[in-house]
Design a protein around this ligand. Structure first.
Ligand SMILES: Cc1ncc(COP(=O)(O)O)c(C=O)c1O
Length: 425
């Protein structure tokens, strides 16, 4: 959006989005009505420039304040080979939470030495795969995880660098399903158990303890809990490496004004300098705040029905965006083919799935939608494609990258044959 833009869009849309003189939404210089005609809907449309710009903001922000640092893409947010590729090209390192994400990260071009493997229930198979691939660090989550990794590494007569995940007893203000820093958590070691885990790893002949990790939760719009988490880590001793996790919240709604990447990084590094001391290697691990606002989802209106409410049903729903159903998350919506339409009435924007809970946005204002209109929901880059599923046998949508007016499909739409591809007769 430029200052001279006659039809300014809010910050929930990808950087560079605009409304063209046909009243259509443009993402990455591509007219979304033309995208829908060419690639069909539903579709995830990614502004490649937005992904790159946020990655650069993170890298610049961290290295300016703390040169011995690295930004890891928390790839669970958007585990798509093309996204890994772009963020690897931008010089980021990578956090993976499973063997599958590791496979994608390697395919996307990440240097294995800069990959960090997380997980509270890593299998021996995943650990062996990580060692074979040469993953730089494995983040240990429980005593069983330590024992298992030690066994697997010893069998290979190798040495593995590790971090220990700490649950610092800090809970931010977010949905309970994505809060991870509280004492009663399935993740990591609590502050009371941490000394035992640290001792245990320090004594392990085949593990080299580089430092500590914590991740207190996701979609946090207040920075103060991040500071308390760093302070908690400082009580556990002196280490070379501290991975401070991800969690910065984003604007899903126009009224939300999350802290900037620069302010977030400044807060973390200031806290680290104050309580962890000099000469530390600092890692941060953003997912949502790197990718959420890079992407919009396009849907076509199939039906409009009025009873007590007005129900606008589109050709996707909980198979392409589970967040409203899992966490009650809210989004904005507009008609991408009629961005300049004025007025509007209140509707429920719903999906095509066989559940009354398949509501994408309750009580959203749209200007008299009719079948064939193109609905856009912005800020669907994080945990959208990542959590897509085949409920009701719905093929998952394509991912389309747009850049300077060129569109390319980086993940094709699933087909009905794909739905049967794993069948064994
Ligand atoms: C260990 C870890 N690091 C980083 C992240 C990324 O969090 P966010 O997407 O909120 O930045 C997560 C998200 O669940 C996580 O579990």
């Amino acid at each position: 959006m430029s200052a001279a833009d006659p039809y300014p869009l809010s910050h929930v849309y990808p950087l560079g989005s605009r409304v063209n003189n046909r009243g259509h939404l443009e993402i990455g210089g591509c007219d979304t009505v033309e995208l829908a005609a060419e690639f069909g809907t539903p579709a995830y449309v990614v502004a490649e420039h937005d992904l790159r710009a946020r990655a650069q903001a993170y890298r610049r922000g961290l290295t300016a304040r703390h040169p011995d640092g690295d930004v890891l893409f928390a790839s669970k947010a958007f585990p798509c080979t093309a996204v890994y590729r772009v963020l690897a090209e931008e010089g980021l390192a990578c956090d993976v939470a499973s063997g599958g994400e590791l496979a994608l990260a390697l395919r996307g071009g990440f240097d294995p030495g800069r990959i960090y493997l997380h997980g509270n229930a890593k299998s021996p198979g995943e650990l062996n795969y990580a060692l074979e691939a040469g993953v730089g660090h494995i983040v240990l989550d429980s005593l069983h995880d330590i024992e298992r990794l030690e066994r697997v590494v010893a069998e290979r007569a190798a040495i593995q660098d590790v971090l220990i995940r700490i649950t610092p007893n800090v809970a931010g203000d977010t949905h309970s399903a994505i809060s991870t820093g509280q004492a009663d958590s399935k993740f990591g070691f609590g502050l009371a158990e941490a000394p035992r885990a640290i001792e245990r790893v320090a004594d392990a002949a085949h593990l080299r303890l580089a430092g500590l990790h914590c991740h207190i939760g996701s979609q946090l719009l207040d920075l103060e809990p991040f500071v308390r988490a760093v302070e908690a880590l400082a009580t556990l001793g002196d280490f070379d490496v501290y991975n401070l996790g991800g969690g910065l919240g984003v604007a899903y709604l126009e009224a939300q004004e999350p802290p900037s990447i620069a302010d977030y990084v400044a807060t973390l590094t200031d806290a680290a300098h104050r309580v962890l001391g000099a000469g530390k290697r600092l890692l941060i691990e953003p997912g949502r705040s790197l990718v959420a606002n890079s992407t919009v989802t396009l849907y076509t209106v199939e039906t409009v029905k009025r009873n007590i409410s007005s129900w606008v049903a589109v050709d996707g729903g909980m198979s392409d965006n589970l967040r409203p159903m899992l966490y009650g998350s809210r989004y904005e919506a507009a008609l991408a083919n009629r961005m300049l339409a004025t007025g509007g009435e209140i509707h429920h924007l719903v999906g095509k799935h066989c559940e009354s809970g398949d509501v994408i946005i309750r009580d959203v204002t749209l200007p008299s939608p009719v079948p064939g209109d193109l609905v856009v929901t912005p800020a669907t880059g994080a945990y959208g494609h990542a959590m897509a599923n085949n409920y009701n046998g719905i093929p998952r949508p394509p991912v389309i990258f747009c850049r300077d007016g060129d569109a390319r499909v980086v993940v094709r739409r699933e087909t009905y044959d794909d739905l049967m591809a794993r069948d064994v007769n």
